[in-house]
Write a protein that binds this ligand. Structure first.
Ligand code: HEM
Length: 382
């Protein structure tokens, strides 16, 4: 068995520059071990081909997540079982039923609603004094898009934004407390669907009440991912003025730029760990039945075997092969909506604020997510 590099999740270099740290591991070998406080041992795949192969291999399954252990009212429990915790035929069935509603064509139809949500948020931003773009724009936008998607009434939106913020803050009391509000709200929305999405899912697609409510719950969880990525992308473009200038000159490049930004500064560093259902040999390393395995999205997206000069941000490159949305059966269901949302948000932001500049962009030391604690910007040059 080849010697396997051990990475420590609490190692400062892994949190301050995960791309470099995972990059070192990737060049040592396609498989490494991750360990850290509160974590059991975890295998991590660092190269693009090997990571992709594991994500599409049915011998690795997601299984029940930690939400089942939350202290929530009993009636909420059945709704917390999302497709993210399923595999095999039950998962494939749910994907077959839901995929058409999240197709690229649907995201394009939905684009004007995203444009409106973006414009409304931009209208509220200061035009002179500095502000935190993370809390005023990048964080509220995804939740606003989810509200629009599932048809939350305007009067209820402040409450949903509050739930969303609690869920994003992660585990703990605030998270558990948000669950009944989201589930009860989702049950009301599903009982009388107002949005095209929920009408489609509960109508033609034939989702059961439990499945539709679980999907709304999952949209609140997974659909907020654009927040951290959007802030990273703004920071990246403002620190690469040549790339931003190129996009300003040729706005048709925006969709491609979104993929390149996702490759270069995507916020998800690792996929959700999978469990091996049998003994499997991965690149000469024996992974035992029951072992946990993850893919390092950060390392795979900078794999020189796939991307030339991988550390260079180049909005002209064809970056569509990145693993920012994962791969295989759990490939991000909302990818088309996410792409449109990010594109519209970035293009509109830089059009509205042509002289935007970063004052401060401190990062949160989080080994799972590449994210900013705040993104303080100045709207104009003076
Ligand atoms: C920049 C934005 C986003 C990123 C980077 C992202 C990334 C991902 C990734 C990596 C996964 C797979 C996780 C794994 O299996 O380990 C995933 C799954 C998922 N995402 Fe996204 N996502 C984004 C936005 C969204 C949005 C806007 C929605 C909803 C509208 C969404 C809905 C989902 C759902 C439902 C799944 C579960 C799919 C399944 O288990 O079959 N995501 N996403």
């Amino acid at each position: 068995m080849p010697a396997v590099l051990e990475l420590d999740l609490s190692d400062p270099t892994l949190v301050t520059d995960p791309f470099a740290a995972y990059g070192v591991a990737r060049e040592r070998g396609p498989v490494a071990r991750l360990a850290g406080p509160g974590f059991g041992p975890l295998w991590v795949l660092t190269r693009h081909a090997e990571a992709r192969a594991m994500l599409t291999d049915p011998r690795f399954v997601l299984g029940e997540g930690t939400y089942q252990a939350l202290e929530v009212p009993e009636h909420c429990r059945p709704y917390l079982r999302t497709m993210q915790e399923m595999d095999g035929e039950p998962h494939a069935r749910l994907r077959r039923l839901t995929t058409p509603a999240f197709a690229a064509r649907r995201a394009l139809e939905f684009r004007p609603r995203i444009e409106r949500a973006v414009a409304l948020l931009l209208d509220q931003l200061p035009t002179r004094e500095p502000f935190d773009l993370l809390t005023t724009f990048a964080q509220p936008l995804p939740m606003e898009v989810i509200c629009e998607l599932v048809g939350v009434r305007q009067a209820d939106r402040p409450r949903w934004h509050e739930y969303g913020a609690n869920v994003v803050r992660g585990s703990g009391a605030g998270f558990a407390a948000a669950v009944p509000g989201i589930i009860d709200g989702a049950r009301d929305l599903v009982a009388q669907p107002e949005s095209d999405l929920l009408r489609r899912l509960t109508g033609d697609a034939g989702l059961s009440e439990q499945e539709a409510v679980a999907l709304v719950w999952q949209l609140v969880l997974a659909g907020q991912t654009p927040a951290n990525f959007l802030a990273n992308a703004v920071d990246a473009l403002l620190s690469h003025p040549d790339q931003l200038a190129l996009l300003r000159a040729e706005p048709r490049r925006w969709p491609n730029a979104v993929d390149e930004l996702m490759r270069w500064c995507g916020s998800q560093l690792l996929t959700i760990p999978r469990r091996a259902t049998e003994d499997v040999e991965l690149s000469g390393v024996l992974v035992r039945e029951g072992d946990q395995v993850t893919a390092s999205i950060a390392a795979a997206n900078r794999d020189p075997r796939v991307f030339a000069e991988p550390d260079r941000l180049d909005v002209r490159r064809a970056a569509g092969a990145h693993l920012g949305f994962a791969a295989g059966p759990h490939f991000c269901l909302g990818a088309s909506f996410a792409r449109v949302q990010i594109e519209v948000a970035l293009a509109a932001l830089f059009e509205r604020f042509p002289a935007l500049r970063v004052l401060e962009a401190p990062r949160v030391p989080d080994p799972g997510t590449w994210r900013l604690a705040s993104l303080r910007v100045a709207p104009s040059i003076e």
